[in-house]
Design a protein around this ligand. Structure first.
Ligand code: GLC
Length: 729
């Protein structure tokens, strides 16, 4: 019965798609060549041309993965300067990944989609699903994980959430865009097997499981071809093998040749320069078609895909055949395009819930956490990140947020007037915050210098300045002096969007601004120091982690991040985040640096092949600081009674909460197979909430069980609780 129903569903989809194509064909033949050309390249920085004569609107796009970006002037990289385009500033994709919760990913996607629609957008340029090959990549905060399966599962849910709002998600950057150094030109040298095993699957899942309507071609090259013109990636893989019929949009400035782009499977060229008619797929293409050098069919197939795409978003006149839409998962409704809404209370609550679930408890050796609020009379917060705001940085992911709750604000508002919360800066970044909005946006120059982001004084120049060194010494001494005199001392440090930023990669994983020394000095006077790190990628901890008992990790967790952190520190929430990437002791333990190349200019050799992240460290016994999938809880869980049903590819076990606090556990399933080149691979996961003293039966679905494999069920990649032979029913 189920199969018959599924078959009918597929047939209905095919019939509907056919009607969309027929309607697109009908419109196509009414368009002039000039109108068609106008639809396949930017006419403003974030939109294409339309054909008003036929009721075809421009396609309006916006960044980014953490919320809908502010409005820019049509052809100047200057914000319009509205005060009515504030949005919900969401946890970054690394934070979403840290929840290991498909429902959260879906809900964050849904908030983003509803807000994009509410702001009148048709395409939201996200999520970014590039694999975290190295911890040094400046855009890692925009990405999910080092593991393709975890990335694909969460990104697919996120995309489904976006697209119920008649907005297209645009999964990016296709493909192998794993560094910012020389990102416009670097040619990625990787064997095809590893490319398909590690760097393509998340895009495949976005297409097949997420049903993504748009894909963004990356800036870099793969096998010598620019991704936005690539026969291999766009035609052979995306169109032929995966059957993707949606729209491919270039990254902004990712097209370099008229003929290649025209004859490729790219549909829309976007860029950062205001000479829109000079874009490769604009007048130059029009002229080549008129001269008979390029066939008009090359443009027709692009425009047809765009017209089908527009119908799926209910952008065209009512009454066209594509006018029925899922009104949420699976429900069919007809009628006008969804309106969406932005900056709503409900969205802010979703952002808070996701932020709460994203926080990772790394150490709690003395059980200091959660703090007892009634005992907190005098708290000292040390560190610039206690009050630093992060929304408006990072590059195209920047957000104009109505507010952003810092850790300091979160704690103060949670503890209220019976507690004294004192702030000591402790260290200073020396970065002049708040200038971001005034000058033309960095993106105006983003095609120069290999795509590197122009910054002010390079950090090391700043940190060498006598003035800054003196200031840092003073701040450190003051913080250490104060630290002796408080009930609780919490250090809040980490990174900011100076390091976690589009266009640049870090040189290493070291904490900047002299934080290591400050942490060590604080630990000397306060063994009970609570260390909170806020960042978008892991940092070295080796010089103090042995002396630290209590360490908490928070990503850039959006506008409610400070409240979420306070909820965890004060025990309103039991932390359930798990690391979606390996926290190395040093980047030199990462295969991209130990085996491969990273940050190369003209080309970069992924000599490590598929040995990325834990696949390398587990195979070659390289001890991480904290392993893939790691995270502690304020309670404890015991696993028992594991079973594998190879008929349904389901692995189940019982999880008992043996502590005194309700909490969530992430049951992870790793496959270990004789003859495999990997020690183990993540094959499934399921998050479960279990009340104190209760048990839950957890079922983990995996793609396919293997008789010869052993399935390891655990709380992290290195905390295996149960194992199952592959052939037991
Ligand atoms: C940028 C980024 C891309 C972004 C686009 C539009 O260069 O690479 O992620 O969506 O341009 O801002």
């Amino acid at each position: 019965m189920e199969n018959k129903k599924q078959q009918d569903q597929i047939t209905q989809e095919e019939v509907k798609d056919q009607k969309l194509k027929e309607y697109a064909e009908k419109l196509l033949h009414q368009l002039t060549l000039e109108e068609k050309i106008g639809m396949i390249h930017g006419a403003q920085f974030f939109q294409t041309g339309g054909a008003a004569r036929l009721g075809i609107p421009p396609l309006v796009m916006s960044d980014g993965p953490m919320g809908v970006r502010q409005e820019f002037l049509p052809s100047q990289w200057k914000p319009v300067g509205n005060r009515d385009d504030y949005v919900t500033y969401l946890p970054c994709n690394s934070a979403v990944a840290s929840t290991w919760n498909r429902k959260i990913a879906y809900e964050i996607g849904s908030v983003l989609g509803e807000e994009a629609r509410g702001r009148g957008k048709d395409v939201i340029l996200g999520p970014g699903v590039n694999i975290k090959r190295s911890p040094l990549c400046g855009r890692n905060f925009e990405y999910f994980s080092e593991d393709p399966y975890l990335t694909g599962e969460l990104a697919a849910a996120y995309i489904r959430g976006v697209q119920i709002w008649d907005v297209a998600a645009c999964v990016k950057h296709f493909a192998a865009n794993n560094q910012e150094t020389e990102r416009l030109w670097v040619d990625v040298e990787i064997d095809e097997e590893s490319l398909r095993e590690i760097y393509l699957p998340a895009f495949y899942d976005a297409v097949k499981k997420g049903g993504v309507h748009a894909v963004m071609g990356a800036y870099n090259k793969v096998y010598g071809e620019h991704c936005c013109e690539s026969e291999f990636l766009l035609n052979r893989v995306l169109r032929q093998e995966w059957g993707f019929e949606g729209v491919v949009i270039s990254d902004w400035g990712g097209v370099h040749d008229t003929r290649k782009a025209a004859e490729s499977q790219l549909d829309i060229e976007m860029s950062v320069t205001d000479n829109f008619d000079d874009y490769f797929m604009a007048r130059p293409l029009l002229e080549k078609i008129k001269a008979g050098e390029i066939r008009e069919e090359a443009v027709d197939r692009k425009v047809k895909r765009i017209l089908v795409f527009m119908q799926k978003l209910h952008m065209l006149n009512e009454g066209e055949p594509g006018n029925s839409r899922p009104g949420g998962e699976g429900k069919e409704t007809c009628g006008k395009r969804r309106a969406g809404a932005y900056n709503t209370q409900e969205h802010r609550q979703k952002a808070l819930e996701a932020a709460r679930e994203s926080i990772v408890l790394l150490k709690n050796d003395q059980g200091l956490l959660p703090l007892k609020p009634e005992k907190q009379k005098r708290i000292l917060l040390v560190g610039e990140n206690a009050r630093q705001l992060h929304a408006d940085g990072g590059g195209s992911a920047e957000i104009q947020a109505l507010y952003e709750i810092s850790p300091l604000m979160g704690l103060k508002s949670h503890l209220g007037g019976n507690a004294t919360v004192t702030f000591a800066q402790g260290y200073c970044s020396g970065v002049e915050k708040g200038k971001e909005g005034q000058e033309p946006n960095w993106q105006e120059k983003s095609l120069e210098n290999g795509g590197a982001r122009q910054k002010g004084e390079a950090e090391d120049v700043l940190s060498q300045s006598t003035e800054l060194k003196r200031k840092r010494k003073e701040l450190l001494e003051e913080a250490v002096r104060l630290a002796a005199d408080y009930d609780t001392v919490i250090f809040v440090g980490g990174l900011d969007h100076t390091q976690d930023c589009e266009g640049n990669d870090r040189e290493d994983m070291k904490l900047p601004y002299g934080q290591d020394l400050l942490i060590r000095k604080l630990l000397e006077v306060r063994k009970d120091l609570i260390i909170v790190l806020v960042a978008g990628s892991p940092v070295e901890m080796g010089s103090w982690i042995g002396q630290a008992d209590t360490v908490v990790w928070s990503w850039y967790a959006g506008m409610e991040g400070g409240n979420a952190l306070a909820d965890v520190l004060l025990g309103n929430v039991n932390p359930s985040g798990r690391l979606p990437e390996t926290f190395y002791k040093t980047h030199l333990d990462c295969s991209a640096h130990a085996v491969g190349e990273f940050g190369g200019a003209k080309s970069v050799a992924y000599r490590e092949g598929s040995y990325v992240g834990y696949r390398y460290n587990d195979q070659y016994g390289v001890e991480p600081q904290f392993c893939f999938g790691f995270g502690l809880s304020y309670t404890s869980f015991v696993y028992s009674d594991a079973r594998l049903d190879s008929g349904t590819n389901r692995i189940s076990c019982t999880v008992e909460n043996t502590g005194e606090r309700d909490g969530s556990e992430v049951v992870q399933v790793y496959e270990r197979k004789k003859g495999s080149k990997f020690f183990q691979e993540l094959r499934g996961f399921e998050k479960c909430f279990v009340k104190a003293g209760q048990k839950a039966r957890v079922v983990v679905e995996i793609e396919k069980t293997d008789e010869d494999a052993v399935y390891c069920i655990g709380s992290s990649s290195r905390d295996i609780r149960l194992t199952l032979g592959g052939n037991r029913n």
